[in-house]
Design a protein around this ligand. Structure first.
Ligand code: ADP
Ligand code: MG
Length: 602
């Protein structure tokens, strides 16, 4: 073995290299600088913030704010590592009120780019200009400047070519920038924001409400498509909006959670929202949501790295249950469901904090909070108080609450139901408050869907034996698929026996299926099922149910008798979610008498 030389192998890295390495954690791409600089402007109490981008941020990211600015001493200090005005004691970590607190952002930006700072406080007559490059101060001089701060980051990674090569296409980097911009803009709707890229204005967001901000960012089509979510408890508050099911989109990107006003990613809470929407969305569709969860900072781990956008809750399951219940409650109120009871997930019901959520002293106060009341009501997440007819999709009769229970009783007496068919496609249903215009096909889809969902192995759909055994021959691929489906089909009323070489003997089909149609229904069921097969999001059973619904629904154009129309209305009213088809489309529009009078100028 060769003798080791006496000189040490370990060297202490020069500052500028150490800074570059540390900076890599904070500034990965132009969008990271966008986030940090916007948050600094927010922390500086700005009421108006401009973001200026050139070349997808590769040549310029600039943030101009009208906040409190920095004096000369702070302007020189702010680029140092661990330079922050936001915390000074470790205890401060547990009551952070600002977006930043680590004092790393400006130091990181200065380590990997050329930075120009212009700033002035209200008290000072002159402003200061500071230029930093490669963590070195290049220039510092007084200048004339408006109150506030402008930070321009130029030529990102000019001194770290390897990382510069790592950046994606301009289109991809710009998408990241718009994402970060949108998150900050959603969290602070009272602040005006603008975004210019290559001298073109992309966004001009006025100060306003959260709802206005969502519409400004995501498009006017959401104007009438947002449902308010608002629940307050002693443990946490949830506020924000979810999009109506029919506004759901196939691409993701309009889902936002903020915890104590900080954007977070959480697959777990996303699941909570999706489960609240269950049975209301078309395959592969995602609803918009912008939800703010506010809770005691003690209940979350603040020490997770701020750029990671992940969060640890002290009790994740409770947050999940609250989010799910809050969204269900909001959706139920919007779909004017007469009385809905949502079963809480069994595992969550067992949690001691659900059964006794609060300490003894808090209980009286807590009893007034809506979520607590509903959680304790026979373990039901919510007993919905009817809020009246909300015509779909606008809100013009929302001011006339109508008790829904009497409506249900009235509806159940069949003779009392007054209906009229229109174009063999719609049903006009007279109510004491006005009338509903029901889409017969959509309504029937909802009814079938819920009936099929209620079936189980113990309680299968009523089946009827075939008079003579019917043999169905299928090509090998279809035969393999049907063999796989056979067990799940039993609870849905189908009894099939697999024979040899692709043959099946049909023993029984649902009682509602006409004799002679047994073969064709199974064939078309298979065809429908194949359409859904690519959707990984659905269980086999859900796919089967949706396929059966598609096949068995009463199509538009089918003439219905008075009796059939009345039955359809009764069945619809008995549904848990009468307002939407399983794909999230409206099943009826409600018109109030007062709205009708107003149309005629009365
Ligand atoms: P942090 O935000 O974690 O404190 P930064 O490196 O982002 O760390 O900023 C360092 C300090 O510089 C801040 O604490 C603040 O005092 C000051 N600062 C940064 N940006 C601004 C700004 N836009 N307006 C006023 N002060 C600022
Ligand atoms: Mg900061």
């Amino acid at each position: 073995m060769k003798a080791q030389s006496e000189s040490p192998l370990i060297t202490v890295l020069p500052d500028h290299i150490a800074n570059q390495i540390a900076a890599g954690e904070v500034i990965q791409r132009p969008a990271s600088a966008v986030k940090e600089l916007l948050e600094n402007a927010v922390d500086a109490s700005a009421t108006s913030i401009q973001l200026i981008i050139n070349d997808a941020g590769k040549s310029l990211v600039q943030v101009v704010d009208n906040g409190k600015g920095m004096n000369e001493a702070d302007a020189k200090l702010c680029f140092g590592r661990h330079a922050t005005s936001k915390i000074s004691r470790i205890e401060d970590l547990f009551c952070i009120q600002t977006m930043g607190f680590r004092g790393e952002a400006l130091a990181s930006v200065a380590a990997v780019a050329q930075v120009e700072l212009r700033t002035r406080t209200a008290e000072s007559e002159t402003g200061y200009y500071i230029e930093v490059e490669n963590s070195q101060l290049v220039k510092a001089e007084p200048i004339a400047a408006p109150q506030g701060t402008s930070v321009a980051m130029k030529n990102l990674f000019f001194n770290v070519p390897a990382r510069r090569n790592f950046l994606k296409s301009n289109a991809a980097e710009m998408r990241h920038i718009i994402d970060e911009f949108s998150r900050v803009a959603l969290a602070f709707p009272a602040i005006a924001f603008s975004l210019h890229a290559n001298n073109q204005q992309l966004f001009q967001l006025e100060s306003g409400t959260l709802k206005q901000r969502i519409v400004q960012l995501m498009g006017a089509s959401y104007e009438s498509k947002l449902v308010t979510v608002k629940e307050e408890t002693d443990y946490l508050n949830i506020r924000g909006f979810v999009g109506k099911p029919d506004a759901a989109r196939k691409t993701r990107g309009e889902q936002y959670f903020f915890v104590n006003n900080r954007f977070i990613r959480s697959g777990y809470l996303h699941h909570a929202v999706m489960s609240a929407f269950q049975g209301m969305l078309a395959p592969d569709h995602f609803p918009l949501y912008v939800l703010f969860i506010d809770l005691d900072p003690q209940q979350i781990d603040i020490n997770v790295h701020p750029t990671k956008q992940e969060i640890k809750f002290e009790d994740e399951k409770i947050v999940y249950a609250f989010v799910q219940a809050a969204v269900k409650h909001a959706l139920a109120q919007f779909s004017i469901t007469p009385t809905l009871d949502f079963e809480l997930d069994a595992s969550i019901q067992q949690l001691s904090s659900i059964q006794q959520p609060f300490t003894e002293e808090n209980k009286t106060r807590a009893a007034d909070s809506s979520l607590f009341r509903s959680f304790t009501q026979k373990n039901q997440a919510h007993l919905i108080q009817p809020t009246g007819f909300r015509p779909y999709p606008t809100d013009w009769t929302a001011s006339e609450p109508t008790p829904a229970a009497p409506l249900l009783q009235h509806a159940l007496e069949e003779e009392a139901i007054v209906v009229m068919g229109l174009h063999n496609s719609y049903i006009v249903y007279q109510t004491s408050e006005g009338f509903w215009l029901i889409d017969q096909q959509g309504a029937h889809e909802r009814i079938l869907y819920e009936q099929l969902q209620q079936s189980s192995t113990e309680k299968p759909i009523a089946a009827q034996r075939t008079m003579f055994p019917i043999t169905l021959s299928l090509p090998p691929a279809d035969a393999a698929l049907l063999t796989e489906l056979c067990p799940s089909l039993v609870s849905l009323g189908f009894l099939l026996e697999a024979g040899s070489s692709g043959e099946f003997i049909i023993q029984a089909t649902p009682a509602t299926i006409q004799s002679g149609k047994e073969k064709s229904i199974i064939e078309s069921l298979l065809e429908e099922y194949k359409h859904y097969n690519a959707d990984a999001g659905y269980s086999m059973r859900e796919k089967l149910i949706r396929s059966l619904v598609k096949h068995r629904r009463i199509k538009a154009g089918t003439t219905l008798s008075q009796k059939e129309m009345r039955q359809l209305v009764m069945d619809l009213l008995a549904c848990k979610q009468p307002g939407q088809t399983p794909d999230g489309k409206p099943t009826y529009l409600a018109f109030s008498n007062s709205y009708l009078s107003s149309l005629f100028g009365k």
